[in-house]
Design a protein around this ligand. Sequence first.
Ligand code: DGL
Length: 273
Amino acid sequence: MSILTNKNNEKIAFFDSGVGGLTVYAKFRKLLNTENCIYFGDLKHLPYGNKSKDELIGYSRAIFDFFKQQNVKAVVMACNTSSAAAYSTVKDEYDFKIYPMIQSCAKIIAEQNYSRLGIFATEATINSGVYEAQIHKYNPHIKTFTQSCPQWVNIVENHTFGDVQMIEIIKSDLEKMLKNEPDKIILGCTHYPYLLNVLSSYTGADIYIDPAHYFVEYIKSDLEKSCMLNTQKIRGSEEFYVSANPDDFILASKMFYDVPSAEVIELHRRISV
Ligand code: DGL
């Protein structure tokens, strides 16, 4: 006798180097709370922004292999850096759906007809040139200004954004960007929305784009189109995994999403290359 499984009930997996991807995950759960979800934070390799393309491809493959064992129906790359460095290499290696952050949001952002667009992101994302290339693919007329913010991820993960010295770093990166007189600034790293309070105290909040907003709408409509939505009537399950430092993850996550401490599992299995 065969047991019939409903593919739509299978999990959707999210990953990032740390708590950054929770800025996507939290919005997703609000929009589609019947989906069963897994979140993986690769704290062992944090920050991703200063890693090489090969290292980032290796991390993505190891995480995708773990998700494959979990029989997920889709993977959300809630990490711009991995989307920039690894997506094009790994996208055909797995048989589940993959949603890369930059490539899924660029069209929607490019169609807003901004003329001067700032992009804050990690060094690896900026150096890859993928964000600008994706925006220009859909709208070659937008002038883009990219800037890496190498310290911001650690400021978020260590939740030191109240420290005067850290505020100075954020302010100085912002001042450099503002010299370009952008209409809007994309927060092109999923950790950066945690800094919105600090950033908007200098500029007002309207100038910033958190692409997570577009990203979750895109995922929802694609799942709908592909008839992959979970139609169960109950709230979907949640599982959280980290490759190291579960206590740091729990503490940092409290700023954005209330991850139940008991649910965070540190994988003893080596999630690394
Ligand atoms: N939050 C990730 C991103 O969107 C990675 C940040 C990092 O670990 O450097 O790029």
